[in-house]
Design a protein around this ligand. Sequence first.
Ligand SMILES: [Zn+2]
Length: 69
Amino acid sequence: MAHNSEETGERFRRRREKEEAHRKQLPGEDDTPLPPPVETIRGEGEKVGRNDPCPCGSGKKYKQCCGRK
Ligand SMILES: [Zn+2]
């Protein structure tokens, strides 16, 4: 019995280590500086319809993304 629980603990620990290593490989969203805005996208004008897909490429509607206030 004791042996069994020991094994489970080891397994759990390895899984955690694996997850942590994987997390470190991911780019930190907070630490990664955003690329400079592309100049072809002009300002925050009303050129984009509020129900149109957002020009930032998020796939959301503009009013639910960058057009949100
Ligand atoms: Zn957007």
